[in-house]
Design a protein around this ligand. Structure first.
Ligand code: 5AD
Length: 360
């Protein structure tokens, strides 16, 4: 297998439009998923602990200059309440996500992680943006198991345009991912699909990067325009912009999920809320049948969560308990099982490099 062959293979699938041929891709991804991570669908309770953010990302509704947002930061006891709820509802992992918020101090996050690990059996995933290595190391020592940070796109020019660096340091998410691995975290990353200016060629590179980073978790979702952002005001991506523009369509998200599964057979791949937002009726089921093996039900109390508006129209439930029961029903309706325990990355001994799969 050589790099040119891989690129051709990925490009062919990303540009395939025939539903009958695409059915082959879905089937391959589903088989690879079954053989490597089995029938279990793991539930990760998602708590959005703060919507403060010091960054100015051109795409994200939490960006600092957005004055239309009521900002909040949850208190330790409120987060613990969510942790107990997630545990009770059958989640094996709690994901603490937030904007890049200096108010989430090293000490405060460390303390809540320590308490969750002492008082519950939950695995803890952090998703708190680009933080100092000393913060990340402190949280690892406090017991955090995983860290998730998307590199968003491997097109460095596009990334720079939509994700301005802080004046004090440049943004190097790949370096952060490497450091996280060194610290012993399970690491996750991902991209947005359909960013205006994103070329299909760069999606090929994104996918190859997933493999070379040997990611434990891969989260991909559609780019959804937010009206209070510079990029959102330019509207949705369209094939009129240039022929190679990636569309933020449901099918494109499935393609990237399926190809991620082929490249990284052992990774945990969630059906993201972004995808569920594009297709409320069948997004979870189809995502689970096209490579996905994880769902992240929102556990954030609604009076906080409705202000966590990364993009508009995000799927949210009034009543969390019945929403999670509904998700379990949907998992079982397609013949899958609800996972128990932390659902960490499985490692199989192979004759090849980790995460490498023959695409022939
Ligand atoms: N549409 C879709 N996803 C978005 N994110 C941020 N803004 C948007 C948007 N407008 C994603 C980014 C980020 C994660 C927290 O949310 O990929 O890493």
């Amino acid at each position: 297998m050589n790099a040119d062959f891989d690129r051709r293979f990925l490009m062919d699938w990303l540009t395939e439009e025939d539903p009958l041929r695409l059915a082959d891709l879905w089937r391959m991804a589903d088989t690879t998923r079954r053989e490597n991570v089995g029938e279990d669908v793991h539930l990760r309770g998602l708590v959005e602990i703060s919507n403060f953010c010091i960054r100015q990302c051109a795409y994200c509704g939490l960006r600092a200059p957005n004055m239309q947002l009521q900002r909040y930061r949850m208190m330790e006891e409120e987060i613990m309440e969510c942790a107990r709820k997630a545990w009770k509802l059958g989640c094996g992992t709690l994901v603490l996500q937030g904007g890049e918020d200096p108010g989430l101090t090293r000490k405060a996050v460390g303390a809540v992680v320590r308490r969750i690990k002492e008082e519950t059996p939950l695995a803890v995933t952090l998703s708190l943006g680009e933080r100092l290595f000393d913060d990340l190391a402190h949280w690892r020592r406090a017991g955090a198991d995983r860290y998730f940070i998307r590199f968003e796109t491997s097109d460095t020019e596009l990334y720079r345009r939509i994700h301005p660096s802080l004046p004090s340091r440049s943004s190097d998410r790949l370096a952060i991912l490497e450091a996280l691995k060194e610290m012993g975290y399970e690491t996750g990353s991902g991209i947005m699909i359909g960013i205006p200016g994103q070329h299909v060629h760069s999606l090929v590179e994104d996918l190859l990067l997933f493999r070379s980073l040997d990611l434990d978790m891969i989260g991909v979702g559609p780019y959804l325009p937010h009206p209070e952002t510079p990029l959102g005001r330019t509207g949705a991506p369209s094939s009129q912009s240039f022929s190679d523009q990636v569309l933020n369509s449901e099918t494109m998200v499935y393609k990237v999920m399926a190809l991620s599964r082929l490249l990284c057979p052992e990774a945990n791949i969630p059906v993201t809320t972004g995808l569920a937002t594009l297709n409320r009726e069948g997004g979870y089921e189809q995502g689970l049948q096209r490579g996905g093996n994880v769902i992240m039900p929102g556990i954030t109390p609604l009076h906080f969560g409705r202000n966590y508006e990364i993009y508009p129209g995000k799927v949210r439930f009034l009543e969390i308990t019945s929403a999670v029961e509904e998700i379990k029903k949907r998992i079982r309706s397609i013949g899958r099982t609800v996972g128990s325990g932390p659902g960490e990355r499985q490692r199989h001994v192979r004759g090849t490099l980790p995460g490498r799969v023959s695409l022939e």
